[in-house]
Design a protein around this ligand. Sequence first.
Ligand code: 13P
Ligand code: SF4
Length: 299
Amino acid sequence: MERQIKKLKEEKNAVILAHYYAPDEVQRTADYIGDSFYLAKVAKNSNADIILFCGVSFMGESAKILNPDKKVLMPDPSADCAMAHMVRDGIIEEMREKYEDLAVVCYINSTAELKSKSDVCVTSSNAVKIVKNLPNKNIFFIPDKNLGSFVAEQVPEKNIIINDGCCPIHAKIEKKHIECEKEKHPNAKILSHPECEKEILDISDYIGSTADIIDYAKKSECTEFIICTEDGVNYKLTSDNPEKRFYFPNPRPCCKDMKLNTLESILSVLEKEDKVIEINEELRTKALIPLERMLELAK
Ligand code: 13P
Ligand code: SF4
C-alpha cells in the first residue's frame, strides 16, 4: 500500500503532511512530519497541487485558510480536536467589552470561527514568545486553560484571562501516573506538553511542544525519559534515538481522532480526491489574519 500511495502522490503532485500524533505507518509515509507550527509553515510554503493533511480538522482547516488555491484533503475529515470547540458563545465579545485594550490570543487548536474572532494565533511552540511581545496588557487566552496558565506563569507582566477549555487526552494524565513511572525509572527525565495540568508541569524537567520534546530528547545526555504527551511521538523519539528509552504514563495517552488517519484512508482519498476541505471565503479571510500574524510574530 505504501508503494501505491507513493506512486499516486507523485502522479498528482501531492504532498503528505502528518502530525507527530498520527499512527507510525502514516508518519513513515509522509513527506513532512512535525508539530502544528512546523506543519502550518510547510502548508503555507508548499508548491504541491494537493496538500493531504494527516492530523485533525483544525490542521486541515488552517492549511486551507493559508492556501485557498490549493486542494487540501484530509484522510478522514471527521478527525476532530475536542478542545477546538471549547469556548462559550458570546464570551469573546463580553471580554472585548470589559477590557478596552484586549488581545484575543487563540491557540491554533481551535475552529476557523474562533480564529476569525481572534487577534493572533499561537501554537505550543511559540505562545510564550508571541504573548510576551504583544503591546496589549490584557490578554484573553482561548481555548486551553493549561497552555494559557503556563504562558501566564512565563509572562507575569501581562493580565492573562484564561478560558476554561482543555485537551481531554492531556488532562487525563495524573501526577500519580508519572510518579509511578518515576519510581520504576528514577533517572528518567520528565518531558511534558504544556497542555498537561499544572501538577504535571510542576514536576517536569522540561516543558515544550511535541517538536520541542523530540528535540530535547535527542540533544540530552540523559538516556531515559518519561513522556507526558500523546503516544504518537514515540515513533520519532525511538527512530531518532534507538539507544534511549521512552516511557509513557499508564494509561497511555492516545488521541483517537489522530488515529483515524490510516494508510487505507490516505490511499482512498488520493484516488478519489473526495475529502476536500472547503471554507466559506468570508470566514477564511477573517481567520487568515490571526494565522498570518502568528507566522510573522514567531519569526
Ligand atoms: P503541538 O503544538 O505540539 O503540535 O501540539 C498539538 C496538539 O494537538 C497537542 O495536543
Ligand atoms: Fe486535540 Fe488533544 Fe487530540 Fe491534540 S491530543 S488534537 S489537543 S484532542
